[in-house]
Design a protein around this ligand. Sequence first.
Ligand code: AMP
Length: 135
Amino acid sequence: MTDCIFCKIVEGKVPATKVYEDELTVAFRDASPASPIHILIVPRKHIATLNDVSNEDAILSHMGRVAKKIAQQMGVADSGYRFFINVNRGGGQVVFHLHAHLVSGHDLGSVFLKMAVFAAIMWRKLVNTFKRNKY
Ligand code: AMP
């Protein structure tokens, strides 16, 4: 597809930091990483969204196997990673060429735990301030 940024990356017309390629997929680092490891796994064939994958197409299972391989190569297969696909605007999809995100590098569980503890402390402070000022 002429106007698709991921098609251009697949064709080598737009630069990207590629980490893996095979006959069906190309994987490269996300330009705005959400984590130290943030890889996009993209089919060579232009498919707009997950909804457009035909029942006969084995691309999704292939993308899963590629994610597993990259996670192993990057040493996070055992510690853990997230693998997800955003679908359409309501699902957070911005680029309309099917892609899976592989995200790892932070201890995601501990980040959420720290955020929850921080929120609880701030909430307590807020409640105490309201009590002191008798609002
Ligand atoms: P999504 O929200 O699932 O459509 O994700 C699209 C992702 O593509 C975002 O995380 C962007 O940072 C990433 N992205 C967009 N353009 C590029 C690019 N030229 N090279 C690498 N990543 C990109």
